[in-house]
Every structure is written in structure tokens, then in C-alpha cells.
Ligand binder design. Structure first.
Ligand SMILES: Cc1ncc(COP(=O)(O)O)c(C=O)c1O
Length: 326
């Protein structure tokens, strides 16, 4: 399968917000969009998106992971950008209708169908920096994606960045393009300078997350991660891993911690990144102030990843009702 995110199903779901209301959604052949060059999104970055997957189960059906939670996160993102908020039913049905149309494109695990709802402000007004887009376009892309770990699991190397941020205090939990734009420069700089895979953003020493995944520390009996606030994205994988960890008897410790605390713990704790793309990926090394430090290697990251993926793949009971059948 081609590189993540570059192969698309032939159709997409699309709906417009016009005249103060959402218009009926449709499934249409995927095509380039026609946008007025003055569209709000192109100047003032009024855009948000979601990312989640549908998995093929042994019963032959497709199952969408945590659909209502992703719809709710999209609604929160839209609200924070003062974009028209998609109705729950509208967005859920756009996703489900698209998966139904492309049911034969949902691959067997460990591959899956990645779904990408996107909302953009289309009001043609280049004088609207301080006013919201009252017109919008909502669409959902579907993209078959392969095994993230094809070629084996390679523990990641992270740069601990204690100065620069990936976002702002008010937009950190909004899934909006500007946050990725902010993280790109520091991430590319760190890759070039230190040969790392990702940057762990820890502004003023506060350990937050990487450019596209949440961060957690895991021992044989405890899991530590930052508690929810507006500074970082509230990952569904993070929430799911914490729930499963509690089910499996780990102590779940959501607390703020500093870079200094992180370094005092990494001899004893495994570290991992959580996110839709890779589920739970081990961190092998952290780079800080020019030194490379190994992180503990152990069985717990894999144990938790397997617990999550077994549910996603329909191999273990979905006790929390996370999967919507299509
Ligand atoms: C900035 C950021 N943090 C965390 C995550 C993980 O979120 P989720 O587990 O919902 O995929 C993502 C990926 O979507 C992300 O882009």
C-alpha cells in the first residue's frame, strides 16, 4: 500500500453551510474543490479536521472506532474557531454513508480505512480577520492505509524541546491546521540537527505532546500522562489506552510533570506515543541539551497496544462500545 494519506477512495462526502444552515450532504466523486480566492480559510486559517479509522472484522463488517467521540471533538474544534458546527447526525451519517459506499475498500487488519472529516471557512471576505466565516464546507475523505509497523517496530527518538510550543494555550486542544504549521519548523529543525523522529514539546518545562501524538510513561503498574487542559490535543487513543490500562490493573496517574521529573523517571518507565496512526509506539531514546538518554525497554507498551488493537480488529470483546458497525 502507498504512503499513508496519499491513496483515496473514489468518492467523498460533502456538505455546505449556507444561508445559516447546513445543506443536505451528498456522496460525490472525489474532485478538486473550487474555492473563491478570498475564502476565509485561505487567509485566516478557519479550518479543523478529524482522523480515525474503520477496521474490517472477522465477521466481514467494517467497524468505525469511537465515531461519536471524534464527531464531538470536531464540534469542539469548530466551536473554538467560530466555524459553523456540524450537526452530530449530519457528520456521523456522512462518515457512515461513505464507509458503506466503500465497504469493499476497507482492508483487513493491520491495514484499515482512515477517515478524514475536514471543515473549512469559505466566506469570501479578506476583511474578516476579526469576524467568523458564516459559510463553510464540510467534507470527509476515505483513505486505505497499510500497516504502520510493516518492517518492524522501531523505537522512536525524541528531542525534548523546552522552549518552543506546538500551539497556544487557547488552541492546543483544537485540531486545526495552524498547530501543525507551528510544529513543522521545530520538527524539521530537530530532524536535521539531531536525527530525531519527533519533538516532544515541553514549553517552560511542561511535558505536553509531540506534533501528532500524545506522550505517556508506563511502568509495570502505573501509567502517567498529562491531564486534559486546553494546551494539547485530547487524543482518543490516549483516552482508550488509559481506560484499558485501568481495566488491566494499572494505576492511571493523570498529572502535570516537568522535564526534570521526566528524566528522573525514564530509567524506571517505558515511554510511548499514542495516536490513531500508530496506536502506541515505544520511545527508545530522548535527546536533551545535546545528550542522548535511553528510555527503559519493557513489555508494557506492547501489552497495552495489543489490548487496544485486539478490540479494534474484532479479536477481543468491545466492552466499552467503541466500535460502530457498518
Ligand atoms: C497533535 C496531536 N496530538 C495527539 C494526537 C492523537 O490523537 P488521536 O489518538 O485521537 O489520534 C494527534 C493525532 O490525531 C495529534 O495530531
Amino acid at each position: 500500500m502507498s504512503t499513508f494519506g496519499t491513496q483515496f477512495c473514489e468518492n467523498f462526502a460533502i456538505a455546505r453551510y449556507l444561508d445559516d444552515q447546513w445543506q443536505a450532504a451528498a456522496i460525490e466523486p472525489l474532485r478538486p474543490l473550487e474555492l473563491h480566492p478570498a475564502s476565509h480559510v485561505l487567509h485566516y486559517a478557519s479550518t479543523c479536521f478529524e482522523g480515525f479509522k474503520a477496521y474490517r472484522w472477522p465477521d466481514g463488517k467494517a467497524h468505525v472506532f469511537r465515531l461519536p467521540d471524534h464527531v464531538a471533538r470536531m464540534q469542539k474544534s469548530a466551536e473554538s474557531l467560530r466555524l459553523p458546527v456540524p450537526d452530530t447526525e449530519l457528520l456521523s451519517n456522512m462518515v457512515l454513508d461513505l464507509v458503506t459506499r466503500h465497504i469493499d475498500d476497507v482492508p483487513e487488519p493491520p491495514s484499515s480505512l482512515y477517515l478524514r472529516p475536514t471543515l473549512i471557512g469559505t466566506l469570501p471576505n479578506i476583511g474578516a480577520a476579526a469576524s467568523p466565516s458564516t459559510e463553510a464546507l464540510l467534507f470527509v475523505l476515505a483513505s486505505p492505509v497499510g500497516d504502520y509497523f510493516a518492517g518492524g517496530i522501531r523505537p522512536l527518538k525524541l528531542l525534548v524541546e523546552d522552549q518552543r510550543s506546538r500551539s497556544t494555550e487557547q488552541l492546543g486542544s483544537t485540531k486545526t491546521g495552524g498547530n501543525y504549521a507551528a510544529a513543522l519548523g521545530p520538527t524539521l529543525d530537530a530532524k536535521a540537527e539531531f536525527g530525531v523522529d519527533q519533538v516532544l514539546f515541553c514549553p517552560q518545562g511542561d511535558v505536553q505532546e509531540t506534533g501528532a501524538a500524545n506522550f505517556m510513561l508506563i511502568s509495570d503498574d502505573e501509567i502517567i500522562t498529562k491531564p486534559l487542559d486546553t494546551s494539547f490535543l485530547h487524543g482518543m487513543t490516549r483516552a482508550s489506552i488509559l481506560t484499558l490500562a485501568a481495566d488491566m490493573g494499572y494505576r492511571v496517574n493523570e498529572r502535570n510533570f516537568t522535564v526534570a521529573e521526566l528524566f528522573s523517571w525514564i530509567p524506571k518507565y517505558e515511554a510511548a506515543l499514542s495516536g490513531t496512526a500508530a496506536a502506541l509506539t515505544p520511545v527508545g531514546t530522548v535527546v536533551y541539551e545535546g545528550s542522548e538518554l535511553p528510555v527503559r525497554d519493557g513489555p508494557n507498551v506492547e501489552r497495552l497496544r495489543t489490548a487496544l488493537q485486539s478490540i479494534q480488529y474484532g479479536q477481543a470483546e468491545d466492552r466499552h462500545g467503541w466500535l460502530t458497525p457498518v
